[in-house]
Design a binder for this molecule. Structure first.
Ligand code: SAH
Length: 232
């Protein structure tokens, strides 16, 4: 049996036992997760764990999110296939590849150049072409590309970032993000109708911080300080 077919079996098992069995029922999300090879997005030394339902270390002290949480977040967005989506925190690019199968156009923002470059390479090899990758502070969104039908934030925010709120499509746009302190957060699903933003609190989670103008302040002295201003 080749490595590829072995990985495919493990992937099927992950989707059936960890994702479907725990309540994710959106067929499009399940199909995308059966299709996208997570092992190519994680560092080689962690490949053997790619289909366990766990977070995996990336470079720069970041982690690839747990697949079950990714599935829940994607299901909450209720994508049908023609949406314009903003992703904040490209990370490994795995969720970006899922979004590229679930939506029409994906803009993904990452603040760490090394991660963004690696993700760009992998996504290209996976033939994901309805994606635009941007380097920068995603807490400010992408005003020139707005409005977005859906926004997904992969890092914890201290509060709902104002620019993301106003970049959401006024006609039913949906955003999912973890909101809380550095130790724990709740996933919040935000639905916009005109000047009203309805917020539904979902499960408790733990994400790495969203570092930026409308996120947390960076305490890492080695980092470029251009994005350390005005953090909360
Ligand atoms: N779902 C991704 C999760 C990546 S972890 C995966 O499975 O790979 C969160 C990512 O958010 C990290 O790559 C981190 O660098 C990035 N991030 C943190 N603050 C950010 C900001 N203000 N703008 C863009 N990306 C940010």
């Amino acid at each position: 049996m080749t490595f590829e077919s072995r990985y495919q079996i493990l992937r099927e098992e992950m989707v059936t036992h960890h994702i479907q069995a725990r309540g994710v029922s959106d067929e499009r999300v399940l199909a995308a997760m059966r299709d996208v090879p997570r092992h190519v997005f994680v560092p080689p030394q962690h490949r053997f764990r790619a289909y366990e339902d766990c977070a995996i270390p990336l470079s720069d002290n970041q982690t690839a999110s747990q697949p079950f949480v990714i599935a829940l977040m994607l299901q909450a967005l209720g994508l049908r296939g023609d949406e314009r989506v903003l992703e904040v925190g490209t990370g490994s690019g795995y969720q970006t590849a899922l979004l590229c199968r679930l939506a029409g156009q994906v803009c993904s923002l990452e603040r760490r150049a090394r991660l963004a470059e690696k993700a760009a390479q992998t996504l290209d090899q996976q033939d994901c072409h309805n994606i635009e990758l941007h380097l920068g502070d995603g807490s400010q969104g992408l005003p020139d590309m707005a409005p977005f039908d859906a926004i997904i934030v992969n890092a914890a925010a201290p509060a709902l970032p104002y620019p993301l709120r106003i970049q959401l499509n006024a006609n039913g746009g949906r955003m999912i993000l973890p909101v809380g302190d550095l130790h724990q957060q709740y996933l919040e699903l935000v639905t916009r109708a005109g000047k009203r933003w309805e917020i539904e609190q979902m499960r408790r989670v733990r994400f790495a911080p969203l570092i930026g103008r409308y996120g947390f302040k960076s305490y890492d002295k080695r980092e470029n300080d251009s994005d350390m201003v005005a953090g909360v």
